[in-house]
Design a protein around this ligand. Structure first.
Ligand code: PMP
Ligand code: GLN
Length: 379
């Protein structure tokens, strides 16, 4: 049968997590914490379920949560957004990304994205009749060459998708990148989709360069985040999109028919938690940096080579000192030889360059990280 997504199979995350389980390997592949979010947050969900808050939430999100999101955006980035018309709560960042693309990408429109690219972007563009224009970022730094972006822009360019901090590389955009982007789009109608799900996981004292900080860019942007990453609750699948009212109106036309709304008790619980603990996100960098440093300190005596991640809860490592296998084969070998599952980087590229890189997730307990590092140091 004719398929709308001929190049798409089962995602690498599903594949590697299944393999990890089948081999009883330590799973540092799919990105999710092996610990729970704050107890008070979990208890609030139970509270609201028992209290009978079990019916549809408002389409655009529970008002108290939209207000808490607006307050957070102002506290963190100094940008005022209207909770009623500029914030939409979605079923994970995944839904927000899809809804934003579906809302504005017309048949034949071009959307620029950077490889390695998170796996949901290209299929969302393709399903909506758009053309994904991939720009390869080159290892080991994976910096954006803004001149290459300028060359890729055509009259059909509708959108540019950014992701900072970046999954899978762990790199972040700096003020110079945002400046270059501002100049590039200044006299165009190009829209931006900023995937900032790791906004609170930035290391070594750096400040996250949210699009929210740049008014010229924010007025043309869908900015997406996820509570899964910030509150260790990836299984709740709650995210949100901040965008100017006209863009939000278009996004909601899609959202209301894609899912309509998302889990009521969890939204209420998140709203309470965000109101009472405004410091959780400020503690997150140190929390994850300690895990990055613990893992990396042990991995320093392995045969892997790496530069510490600047953000996210992923560490990329170069295995060229161990093997010549392509990365998709090396991860299979690694599960068998070291009992540790990782993610190959080439699967996020349309035309992968020469690289021997895999991604480890360090959102894990100290014992898990220690055990994984010990096993990885033996190969
Ligand atoms: N974007 C990126 C870069 C991600 O890493 C993820 C999650 N793994 C998502 C989007 C999706 O987030 P959610 O689980 O909230 O749908
Ligand atoms: N974003 C997660 C990761 O990068 C996985 C999400 C998923 O399994 N779809 O590992």
């Amino acid at each position: 049968p004719e398929t709308k997504l001929p190049r798409v199979g089962t995602t690498i995350f599903t594949q590697m997590s299944a393999l990890a389980q089948a081999h009883q390997a330590i799973n540092l592949s799919q990105g999710f914490p092996d610990f729970d979010g704050p107890q008070v947050l979990l208890e609030r969900v139970g509270h609201y379920i028992r209290q009978g808050d079990n019916q549809y939430a408002p389409m655009s999100g529970v008002p108290s949560l939209c207000e808490a999101i607006a307050a957070k955006v102002e506290r963190c980035y100094g940008r005022r957004v209207d909770a009623g018309t500029e914030v939409t709560v979605t079923s994970g960042a995944t839904e927000a990304l899809f809804a934003a693309i579906a809302a504005v990408v017309r048949p034949g429109d071009e959307v620029i994205l950077f490889d390695p690219a998170y796996d949901s972007y290209d299929p969302a563009i393709t399903l909506n009749g758009g053309k994904a224009v991939h720009i390869q970022l080159m290892p080991p730094v994976f910096a954006i060459d803004w001149e290459a972006v300028a060359r890729a822009i055509t009259p059909r360019t509708r959108m540019i998708i950014l992701n900072t901090p970046h999954n899978p590389t762990g790199q972040t955009l700096g003020p110079d990148d945002l400046q270059a982007l501002s100049e590039l789009v200044a006299d165009t109608d190009i829209l931006l989709l900023a995937d900032e799900v790791y906004e609170h996981i930035v290391f070594d004292g750096a400040a996250h360069q949210s699009i929210n900080r740049y008014p010229d860019l924010a007025q043309r942007s869908f900015i997406v985040s996820s509570f899964g990453k910030t509150y260790h609750t990836t299984g709740w699948k709650i995210g949100y999109c901040v965008a100017p009212a006209p863009l939000t109106a278009e996004l909601r036309k899609v959202h209301q028919y894609l899912t309509f709304s998302t889990s009521t008790p969890m939204q209420l619980a998140l709203a309470d938690f965000m109101r009472t603990d405004t410091e959780h996100d400020q503690r997150l960098p140190a929390f994850y940096q300690a895990r990055r440093d613990r893992f990396n300190a042990q991995m320093a005596s392995s045969r892997f080579r790496f530069t510490p991640a600047a953000g996210t809860y992923f560490q990329v490592m170069d295995y060229s000192g161990i093997s010549n296998l392509p990365d998709t084969e090396f991860v299979l070998w690694l599960i068998e030889q070291a009992g540790v599952a990782a993610i190959p980087l080439s699967v996020f590229c349309q035309q992968p360059p020469e690289m021997k890189l895999i991604r480890f997730c360090f959102a894990k307990s100290e014992t898990t990280l220690d055990q994984a590092a010990e096993q990885l140091c033996k190969i």
